[in-house]
Every structure is written in C-alpha cells, then in structure tokens.
Design a protein around this ligand. Structure first.
Ligand SMILES: [Zn+2]
Ligand SMILES: [Zn+2]
Length: 711
C-alpha cells in the first residue's frame, strides 16, 4: 500500500536506547563522589583475607534488576561476579542477590568491566538459571512500558517473564519450525488497502493499519493469513485477542494454515510447566507465531514483523496489575521499536484507533459500501414506543412485534436466533430529560451523578463524579433543556419469558456461568450477555438486541463506543440481508450510535467520538491518571506531584459509601494533561511514587495512568 513516512505519534518512545546502568550495590545509596573503580584485577581484599571468593577475571561487574517493588529502587544495582559463577552469570539470567540483608531474586541485565560504585561490591549469591530470559530487547521494552505508565521496570518484567519451571527448562529444546508457505490472501482483496497490506508484510515494510472487519467475516482466518505472510519470510508475529474463545478460534485458524509446530498459544491457566515450556519455545526462536491473551503482549518472539490486537476496545486488554499496561499501547511501542507492523482489527473502531488513523500513524483497511451492502444484515431500530407483539406469550416478554416476526422468520428458515441481554449491575448515569445526551459537568465535562444523602431534608443536587462540584441548575449542552433524568433501569427479559414466546424451540443460554463456544445451524433461541455470543455455523437468521438502554445508559464515558462494539460483534454473526438476516435493536433511531449500526459505519462513529472527546478533554485527546486511596494519602500525593504545564487536578471525590457528611474513607482524584505532556505526567507520577516509597508511607495508594473506567 502506498503510505506516507510513518509519523511518530504523540507518545511514541524515544529512539531505542539501551537501559541506563546505574550504580550502588546495597540498599544504602552510595555516598560522596562516584569514583570509577577498575575492578578487573582488584580482588576483594576481604574475600581474599577470608580465602573465600575471587572475582571473575573478565567483566566482573553484574548489573542486576532486583525484584523489590519499591519505586525509589527502580534502577540496576551492581554486584561482583565470583569466579565460580563466571560462566553461569550470563546477561539476561536469573540470579539471587543479597539486598539490604535479604536474599532476593533479580535479573542480570549485563556484565561490565567497571562500576561507578565507590567501595566494595557484594558478590552475587547464586545464579538461579543460566537461561537468558531477560533479553536486551525485552529489557528495553520493559523500560519503555514502565516509562509510559510511570511504573517500575520490575513490575513490567513480572508481567512479561513467567515464573521459572526447572523441569520445563531442562527439557530438550523444541525443534525450530519450518517457514510456512506463503498463504493465499485473496480474501483481503475485499478491503481497500487489504491486498497491499498483506504484500507489505511479505516485503517486509512496516505498514501499520486499523482494520474494520466486514459483518460475517471469518476474522480468525484473515489474521492467520496475515501471520502466515510474515512467518513465510522467516519473521515472527504476535497476535493478541481478548479471551479464551477468541484464542481457540484464532489458534485453530493458524494451525490450519501453518501447522501445529509453527504456532504457540500463550494463555493464562496453562499450569506453570506448560506455560513456561511454551514461552521458552518462543524465547529460543523455535516458534515464530504466537497467539494469546493479554500476557502474550510481551512474548519475546524472534525477529518480529507483525503485532496484532483484535477488538482493542475490550477492557480485557488492560492488565489489572501495575503499571496497568494496555495491549494496544504495548504493541504500538513494540512495532515502533522493532520497525514492525501493528494491526488493530475489529468490527467496530475505538476512538484510540481512530486517532492512529487521523494522525497518519496507521492506514485504514475498510471495505467499500458495495461490499458492505452485500455482507451486512438489515438493521431495524425499535424505540420506546413500539408495537408489542399480539401473541400473548410474546406480549408477556414485552417483545416488539417486529422483533417477534424477525425471530419467527429465522426459526422458520431453520436458523438460530441470537438474543443479547445486557448484564445486570451497570451503574446508570444521568442524562438530559429531553434528548438523552449524557449529562456533563460544566466545569470539567465529567459525568454528573446523584450523590445520595440530603442536607436538612433536601436531597443533594447532582454533582460531578470527577471534580465533585455540584450542579444546581443543569442545562443540556446539546438541546438546552433543564430537565435531568436518571437513566431508567427497567425490567429485563429472562430466558424463560423469551422461551415461552416461542414454544417448542430449544433455548440455549450463554453468559456469566457458562459460555458456549458455538451452536449448531438449527432453530434455537440463543440468549446471551454481550461478549458471550456463541458462533453459529451458518450464521444467525436474526439477532435481537433488545435492551439497548441498559448498555447506552451506563455511567461510563465510553458507553456509546462500547455499545456499538457490543452490538456490532453480535450483529456481525447474522447472515447478510440478501440471505434474510435481520437485526432488531431496541433503542431510539435518532441516536448516533444506532445510526452507526443501521448504516454499519463504525468509522463515522469513531470519528465523531474522537471529535467529541477532543472537545470535552477526554482520552485519548488528553492523558489522565487516577489516584485512589485514603483522603490523606491522596492529598499527600497531589501535594507532591509536579504536574506539567497543562496539568489539571479534578477532585478528589469520595468513592464508595459516603457518610452523612458526604465523606468516605476512600477518595479518588483525577489528573489530566494535554496528550503531548503524557510522558511528563508519567515521570512526575514515578517521581512522586519514589518519594512516597522512600518515606515508607504506610497507606496503600493506587495510581493508574490511562484508566479505562472514568466514572
Ligand atoms: Zn438535551
Ligand atoms: Zn466536574
């Protein structure tokens, strides 16, 4: 594909550089002037006197990343390599060292001739294993990820390198898989830029892209073709999907195309031996194609050419452990550092992916309208005032007649019907009583909510969930109405109610307790929560997305984007309209998100979403951090945080249950900065955390950059 020179994005990393070695062997920082001491020949006098250990003759200094979760210790420490460990202590291996009197684990980052530490270096205690697990590339990536999120290198390494398993390590290495043949990628020709993208992978030439899959697309096969195009040239690919079911499909597609030897699947819950065995096969270069869930984002694949994130809007792509890295962002860092290609694919498009396209960092891969018309089901919105089906049982299930008819038609054609029922437990937000636009704070554009409680018997007015400022005279920014309403939480339909409307039809459910992978191509009612939709062999004849209000009315800034993502994922499983496929969506036709579904235009919606977030100062237009903890701890961090120029503090506001005075024992503050100053915010957070850890502050606190739930 013809594309301009890659424009580095706002927060792309600096050119790749080696991790900075630092000094000091013990917990106490070295004092006084840092004198370079040549250690090559100088034996430790004390050791010699005791007749114990001698230092290695060559490169006697080991720079070690110690496994201690304290931010002010986020650097390497120098140790002396005893002669007895000279051969075993290879760069990247796991070691044990004495640190502040304790034996701790660490990674040997590199060997060196000299140290800047003044005084005697402690010896390495032990080399746990000579397997070089911390490669230079992984060390650089770990540092880049830590810097992006204001976290520590060791926290990232804990996510990136699985625990060692001795037996798996001592087994004979897996044989190197042969390069698979160049795949037939003709199916990519249905998309503009599609064939050019696959060709660029084979050249190879970086060709970052954002791909919107057509409804009904066999996306696991398309991704497998992209991976095979890269692997055929002897390079590696890492493909990350949100969950197990997606992974199973993707793995099968890859095996079909490249053979079982060429692919490895990395997933949580494998058991320590198997997990480590597979990870080692990747590290040792035996396998070039890695598919996996979240943790696979760090997979140390050799000579990488392609990184793929599927459905980047899924919140499973955010790691819940510090420093809370996101798959899309980590793969972006890797693609940039390795001069490889990033592909972000999905049926819908996130505002973040839209930004990649608008900034010129990625090219869009989308189908034209003619292809879309041929592939998409017919979508019919049903607002609140719908004709209820006349059938008694359907009426009891409050089924709109159009939904009832679409379902009956599908069943009569021998095809299953998908019914998407939103999960319980979404927190409803406040919206304009007239036009339903979510209610925003006039000061910071955060979401308005009812705080609960009363002052002198008068209920407290709505307040901002971000900055805490009450809003006593709301006026809708979209239509000027002064009416506010809590989004209605109506009764949800149950599988039993729905089943009674279609007597004799088997009802299958897929959701929290049991998630079905697939259903046969037979008449059935398949009731499921968003994200748990089973694959139907020949597609569903109809999908009923009935309680759209529950998804749309969520108190979440991403509610619109998330709703469209959930709807499209379900609707994409329905047969095309030319084969009678129908989608009934229970939401007002005038809403932008409903229009985007009716016209099947995720790109238009993402552009609108991004424009709105730019205007309101929401991510990804701005970078935000949340600081949660006791009121005292939050106040202390805020007081100590050296914010960049554009920095703005919102709140703190109470979290969870509040007492009569509106106080809570937990608070949250938000900090936001212009996107260009995101890196400065990350380093300010790192510095503030380091000072906290140095002071040994007892109160736990959670600081997260780029949190997903901004409610
Ligand atoms: Zn309004
Ligand atoms: Zn506010």
């Amino acid at each position: 594909m013809s594309r301009p020179e890659t424009t580095p994005l706002w927060d792309m990393p600096e050119p790749v550089r080696a991790p900075r070695p630092e000094r000091a062997p013990k917990a106490e920082p070295a004092k006084g002037s840092q004198v370079k001491a040549k250690l090559k020949k100088a034996k430790s006098a004390a050791a010699e006197r005791r007749g114990q250990q001698q230092g290695a003759a060559e490169n006697p200094v080991a720079r070690v990343v110690v496994d201690i979760p304290l931010t002010h210790l986020d650097r390497t420490f120098d140790y002396r390599v005893p002669e007895s460990l000279d051969e075993a202590a290879v760069p990247g291996c796991r070691v044990r060292v004495r640190f502040a009197g304790q034996l701790v684990d660490g990674f040997l980052l590199e060997r060196a001739e000299t140290t800047e530490h003044q005084g005697k270096l402690a010896f390495l205690e032990r080399v746990t294993s000579s397997e070089p697990v911390l490669t230079p590339v992984l060390a650089t990536l770990g540092r880049a990820v830590a810097e992006r999120y204001g976290g520590t290198l060791i926290d990232v390494l804990r996510l990136a390198i699985p625990p060692r398993h001795g037996k798996a390590e001592s087994e004979p290495a897996r044989e190197v898989a042969e390069n698979p043949p160049t795949p037939d990628a003709a199916a990519w020709a249905r998309y503009q830029n599609g064939s050019a993208f696959i060709e660029a992978l084979a050249v190879p030439r970086p060709a970052n892209a954002v791909w919107q899959a057509l409804p009904g697309e066999n996306w696991p096969h398309r991704l497998a073709e992209a991976a095979a195009a890269v692997a055929a040239t002897g390079r590696g690919a890492v493909l990350v999907v949100p969950d197990h079911r997606d992974l199973t499909r993707l793995h099968e597609a890859c095996v079909e195309l490249m053979g079982a030897e060429a692919v490895v699947s990395l997933i949580a819950g494998l058991g320590p031996a198997e997990r480590y065995r597979r990870w080692l096969a990747v590290l040792r270069g035996a396998v070039r194609v890695v598919v996996g869930t979240r943790a696979a984002m760090f997979a140390p694949v050799a000579d990488p050419g392609l990184y793929v994130v599927w459905d980047d809007g899924d919140d499973l792509h955010l790691d819940p452990h510090a420093p809370y890295p996101h798959v899309r962002d980590v793969l972006m860092l890797r693609a940039h550092a390795d001069k490889a290609t990033l592909l972000a694919g999905g049926f819908a498009r996130t505002a973040e992916a839209q930004l990649l396209v608008e900034s010129g960092w990625a090219q869009p891969i989308v189908a034209d309208r003619a292809e879309l018309r041929a592939a998409a089901p017919r979508v019919t919105p049903v607002g609140e005032d719908f004709d209820v089906a006349r059938d008694e049982a359907a009426k009891a299930a409050r089924l709109p007649s159009v939904a009832f008819e679409a379902a009956r038609q599908s069943l009569a054609n021998g095809a299953p019907v998908l019914v998407q029922v939103p999960r319980r437990g979404y927190v409803p937000g406040l919206a304009c009583g007239n036009c339903r636009t979510p209610a925003h704070c006039r000061r910071c554009a955060g979401p308005l909510a009812l705080p609960g409680g009363a002052d002198d018997g008068v209920p407290r007015p709505p307040g901002c969930r971000w900055c805490g400022v009450p809003d006593t005279n709301f006026r809708c920014a979209a239509c000027g109405s002064v009416r506010l309403r809590a989004v209605i939480v109506g009764a949800r339909r149950t599988a039993e109610e729905l089943g009674r409307a279609f007597p004799g039809v088997p009802v299958r459910t897929s959701g929290a307790t049991e998630v079905l992978a697939s259903v046969p191509a037979k008449p059935a009612l398949v009731v499921c929560t968003p994200g748990a939709e089973p694959v139907a062999a020949d597609g569903y004849g109809a999908a009923l997305l009935l309680d759209g209000w529950a998804l749309l009315g969520r108190q979440d800034l991403r509610a619109g984007e998330e709703t469209l993502r959930r709807w499209m994922a379900a609707a994409a499983m329905v047969r095309p309209s030319t084969a009678g496929g129908r989608v009934i969506v229970g939401a007002e036709a005038g809403l932008a998100v409903v229009q985007a579904l009716v016209r099947w235009d995720p790109v238009w919606h993402a552009a609108q979403e991004l424009a709105e977030r730019n205007e309101l100062g929401f991510p990804p237009a701005m970078r935000m951090a949340s600081i949660e903890g006791t009121p005292e701890a939050v106040a202390a961090v805020l007081g100590d945080l050296a914010l960049p120029e554009s920095g703005e503090v919102l709140g703190p506001v109470p979290l969870g249950d509040v007492d009569e005075d509106g106080r809570s024992d937990r608070e949250r503050a938000l900090v936001r900065v212009a996107r260009g100053e995101g890196k400065a915010l990350a380093s300010a957070i790192h510095a503030a955390s380091a000072r906290r850890d140095m002071r040994k502050e007892p109160e736990p606190i959670r600081i997260q950059l780029d949190p997903l739930d901004l409610i």
